[in-house]
Design a protein around this ligand. Structure first.
Ligand code: SF4
Ligand code: FES
Length: 249
């Protein structure tokens, strides 16, 4: 296949960026999307030009490092799929593909398609620990947990922190990400002691970082590569309201 690419190029955080046009020739349908970009970069480097910067690590859909907006959709057109697991067979010879970084105030562009997602780390650090009693107290894992609860907690824990939910949301809200973290801890007995302080601290930190609020658009759920359910946001809101009433009382 021969593809026309429009790729966002930006030297650094403070320099305005622009879409630049490239041609990707001899693209195999079996290539992953990132492998296609690797080939484009090899060509640029051979010509002595600056390679296109983009993030990736595992390339297996598990680490959350990759993140590109492909033709306006975070992680591209396949549901439940990270962009590193997107394959070129999804496109046709002659297609034009526009590739942009996550766009959110809290995720400033570092270079080209790479954004700074350390705001997520600070949200997690604000509320993401559990205290465990030692000594004579029973081991946390010895506490029986129903299958429904453990599966719901596990589904929430599948979030890889990629940030696609923020990129897809018109409010740049981090609610799906936060609600996944809050749910997986609040559903299990080990996470209950700090459930109130955790949800308040994380939401306050997200506000400080510049993430928006939630207006139930559902775009986050639609693009999430781990298919985190929007019902987690309802659980987070319940946890938050309960925590505020408990603090008042
Ligand atoms: S909720 Fe989904 S889209 Fe958002 S950070 Fe987690 S895995 Fe990525
Ligand atoms: S590179 Fe790890 S999830 Fe895509």
């Amino acid at each position: 296949m021969r593809l026309n690419l429009k790729i966002w190029r930006q030297v650094d955080r403070d320099t305005p960026g622009r879409l630049e046009e490239y041609t990707a020739a001899d693209v195999s349908p079996d290539m992953s999307f990132l492998e296609m970009l690797d080939v484009v970069n090899e060509g640029l480097v051979r010509q002595g030009k600056d390679a296109i910067a983009f993030d990736s690590d595992c390339r297996e859909g598990i680490c959350g490092m990759c993140g590109l907006v492909v033709n306006g959709i975070a992680h591209g057109p396949d549901r439940g799929t990270t962009v590193c697991q997107l394959h070129m067979r999804r496109f046709k010879d002659g297609d034009t593909i526009t590739i942009e970084p996550w766009r959110a105030k809290a995720f400033p562009v570092v270079k080209d398609l790479v954004v700074d997602r350390s705001a997520f780390d600070r949200v997690i650090a604000a509320g993401g620990y559990v205290s465990v009693n030692c000594g004579g107290a029973p081991d946390g894992n010895a506490i029986p947990i129903s299958k429904d609860l453990s599966e719901a907690a596990m589904d929430s824990a599948a979030c890889i922190g990629c940030g696609a939910c923020v990129a897809a949301c018109k409010n740049a809200s981090a609610h799906l990400f936060m609600s996944a973290k809050i749910s997986h801890l609040a559903l299990l007995p080990q996470g209950r002691p700090e459930r109130g302080s955790r949800v308040v601290a994380m939401i306050e930190q997200a506000d400080t970082e510049g993430f928006g609020s939630c207006s139930n658009e559902g775009e986050c759920e639609a693009v999430c590569p781990k298919e985190i359910r929007i019902s987690n946001i309802a659980r987070m809101t319940r946890e938050y309201v309960k925590a505020l009433f408990a603090a008042r009382d």
